[in-house]
Design a protein around this ligand. Structure first.
Ligand code: GLA
Length: 392
């Protein structure tokens, strides 16, 4: 029988609280949560100033803690990281002694946000991190940790920025402390998710527009392939560079400024590979705009068709899919009641997202589980709120 996980924020908070008591011998006074995300459509468009349509998940990362007065920060995680210590201690950064990335790697996301936090002075603190977002599964476990950290720091020392500035701080942390040149989507949705809504994010203006997604007859099924090919980390920056050089060759600031006519007209200026990468981006931005309109009109059939076109384009033109994701999509599409399915996130493993009739969910999970060549894990999540302070 297919396994389906729907963990609650309360359970993750309880785990963090218990670990805090065990590690620090007292009760935490502060608690925050930040969700992971699934992107419904608009893949690899965020760093091209494009459109994306993610929703925040019920899967969350929480931080619980207390301030301390000796200028030290002591962090513990309840997650398993191969060979890495679960506890780390370091001083609050100063101008003379900034924080730097190091070991354990999981703490770099926290350190990066502390280093770039725009208000101060920050006190030291003890904190425990716990999460129900699968690590490295393409559901933004890292962005949820960055955003949870930011939200925790706000409780210690309030900031005065807009939500977009907060997302940019978290994005900078990921660039400089984790070495991943990501776009802004994951951090922005983890901060500003809205229950019952997907969010159309314009990554050029940073405007967000909620699109209702609370029809009880429709479900979003996330299927984790439980594979992660190492190629992903090296290919991501390569795709970014190819997009930038394609835009430059076409005389534009970004591929957001290009339409299919421009692209065809400028074909000779691009390498064959740049052309295919750009064709994915230009098409995907258009699809995302159409998909948001279809979702607003409860036109799930059109939405599903656009999801499949998106997957095919990511597989053939952008070349970021892999056999496991292709198989999961194909299996989902053969189940009656499925509107559409596609890989989601950076690619080279991680998850697929499937839009389907709610009544078809059990059937779909069973069908996929029985035929997938690996072991799949399923999440049926509703669209949830962004980061928040949690009562203790
Ligand atoms: C990763 C990045 C995002 C985005 C997606 C692809 O999740 O963190 O910024 O580029 O890949 O859409």
């Amino acid at each position: 029988m297919a396994a389906c996980r729907e963990p609650e924020v309360g359970a993750v908070l309880e785990e963090a609280r218990r670990a805090f008591h065990k590690e620090f011998g007292s009760e935490p006074t502060l608690a925050v949560s930040a969700p992971g995300r699934v992107n419904l459509i608009g893949e690899h468009t965020d760093y091209n100033d494009g459109l994306v349509l993610p929703m925040a998940l019920e899967l969350v990362t929480v931080l619980v803690g207390i301030p301390r007065l000796d200028g030290l920060i002591s962090l513990v995680t309840t997650s398993e990281y191969a060979d890495e210590p679960r506890r780390v201690e370091f001083p609050v950064p100063t101008a003379e002694q900034p924080l730097e990335p190091g070991i354990p790697r999981w703490a770099n996301y926290v350190k990066g946000v502390i280093q770039h936090y725009p208000a101060g002075p920050l006190p030291g603190f003890n904190a425990v991190v716990a999460s129900s977002v699968p690590l490295g599964g393409g559901l933004s476990s890292s962005a949820s940790l960055e955003v949870a950290t930011y939200t925790f720091l706000q409780q210690l020392c309030p900031d005065s920025g807009a939500v977009t500035m907060r997302a940019q701080v978290c994005q900078r942390a990921e660039h400089s402390f984790a070495g991943v040149p990501c776009g802004i989507m994951d951090q922005l949705i983890s901060l500003s998710g809205q229950k019952g809504h997907a969010l159309l994010l314009d990554c050029r203006s940073l405007e967000t527009c909620p699109v209702p997604l609370s029809d009880p007859g429709v479900a979003v099924l996330i299927t984790n392939s439980n594979v992660r090919h190492s190629l992903g980390s090296s290919e991501y920056p390569i795709r970014r560079r190819q997009c930038d050089s394609a835009a430059k060759a076409l005389g534009k600031k970004s591929l957001r400024e290009v339409d299919m006519k421009d692209l065809e007209a400028g074909k000779e200026l691009l390498t064959k590979e740049e052309f295919r990468r750009a064709r994915h981006i230009v098409g995907e931005i258009q699809r995302t705009s159409e998909a948001a309109a279809a979702l607003s009109a409860s036109d799930y059939k059109t939405f599903g068709r656009l999801m499949v076109e998106s997957h095919n384009s990511l597989r053939d033109d952008y070349e970021v899919s892999c056999p496991e994701l292709d198989q999961l999509v194909m299996l989902a599409l053969s189940v009656p009641g499925v509107y559409g399915s596609r890989m989601t996130g950076g690619g080279f493993g991680g998850c697929t997202v499937t839009l389907l009739e709610a009544s078809a969910a059990t059937r779909a999970m069973q069908h996929i589980q029985e035929r997938y060549k690996g072991t799949a894990t399923f999440y049926l999540s509703k669209a949830a709120d962004g980061a928040k302070v949690q009562p203790l």
